[in-house]
Design a protein around this ligand. Structure first.
Ligand SMILES: NC(=O)c1ccc[n+]([C@@H]2O[C@H](COP(=O)([O-])OP(=O)(O)OC[C@H]3O[C@@H](n4cnc5c(N)ncnc54)[C@H](OP(=O)(O)O)[C@@H]3O)[C@@H](O)[C@H]2O)c1
Length: 302
């Protein structure tokens, strides 16, 4: 079985209306996967989507219509909990279609949400997941490369296995998802990719050497991908949150959190809405001239 899908309760099969990508009806079992699908619905009482149900974006001198009669699709890695889940709920509230993934089962039950159980460090499974998800739902307008793990250890006490896990999740997982999603975005001639870094990188935080190094690689990947995809109308940017209360901070003491905040210009924890504000900005059609950038929260810089 190349990938597992835990469909959220209440989901029904649907085929997204998508203008540019030829659509095929996926048949269960065609790739040995169970699929979760999200039904599009137009709820007259639903909030107006941030980018509208009908939107365009300009890129490289041409104006290209991405979709007209369906909600934008956003793919969010690590959507089971933490920031990824909050972002999934944020875009669902705007009537977007959200395709999420994580190693665990879905934690969101919503008609417009489809969840795939996939470990992003497993290249074969990521390829199967994207092939399956793109066929089922269409090429996403945006990819939020949120899934990541941290290791809060003194460098001399960090086991190689821990470092390998951080590197493979944060760097390779991000790379696999960019590569497989960008293929569809290139055919679609446009898209938005937002990668996740951290203020641990510019602040070169002690006790987070491996994590900060992995995020430095994510930022480098962001810039190179931005250059490679620029002519295809795809922007690639990164957001670097300051600490926000999620399980990622479980091993961090309140004292350490307090001293970290003292190194920020704006000395408070981030809220999920602070991060969504940045992803909204990068995803806006009007942000088509912004690429290869990293935006840190809290006024953190080297
Ligand atoms: N929280 C902060 O203070 C903070 C600050 C700066 C940057 N960040 C960055 O923000 C991102 C999200 O962090 P978070 O705080 O929300 O962490 P979190 O609460 O620990 O959630 C991490 C998410 O990633 C998924 N995930 C982890 N490894 C995975 C893998 N190999 N394959 C697929 N999914 C995987 C997890 O789900 P499963 O367990 O089901 O796989 C979970 O949904 C990370 O990139 C992190 O580096 C966080």
């Amino acid at each position: 079985m190349s990938c597992n899908v835990a469909p959220a309760r209440g989901m029904i099969q649907c085929i997204p209306t998508f203008l540019l990508i030829p659509r095929r009806v996926a048949t269960a079992g065609a790739t040995g996967c169970r699929r979760g699908t999200g039904k599009r619905h137009s709820d007259p009482g639903a909030p107006v989507p941030a980018c509208g149900n009908s939107f365009h974006y300009a890129s490289s001198g041409f104006r290209h219509e991405v979709m007209t009669d369906s909600s934008p699709i956003v793919l969010i890695s690590g959507s089971r909990k933490g920031i990824g889940r909050a972002l999934a709920e944020h875009y669902l509230a705007r009537n977007w279609m959200v395709v999420g993934c994580s190693r665990g089962a879905a934690s969101i039950a919503h008609d417009n949400y489809a969840h795939y159980e996939v470990d992003i460090t497993d290249e074969t499974r990521v390829i199967a997941f994207l092939r399956d998800a793109l066929r089922e739902h269409g090429t996403p307008y945006a990819l939020l490369n949120n899934a990541g793990i941290a290791a809060m250890n003194a460098l001399t006490l960090t086991p190689g296995k821990t470092a390998w896990g951080v590197m493979s999740t944060n760097i390779l997982g991000t790379f696999y998802l960019i590569r497989e999603t960008a293929k569809g975005m290139i055919r679609q001639r446009g898209g938005r990719i937002v990668n996740f870094t951290s203020i641990a990188r510019p602040l070169a935080l002690e006790g987070e050497a491996v994590y900060a190094a992995s995020k430095a690689a994510v930022e480098s990947l962001t810039q190179s991908a931005a250059r490679e995809f620029g002519s295809h109308g795809i922007t690639v940017n990164a957001v670097g949150p300051c600490p926000v209360r999620t399980d990622l901070l479980n091993g961090v003491s309140e004292k350490a959190l307090g001293s970290l905040q003292k190194r920020q210009t704006i000395q408070r924890l981030a809220e999920f809405s602070d991060i969504a504000n940045v992803t909204d900005f990068f995803l806006r059609p009007e942000s088509s001239m912004i690429t290869g950038q990293t935006l840190y929260l809290g006024g953190a810089y080297a």
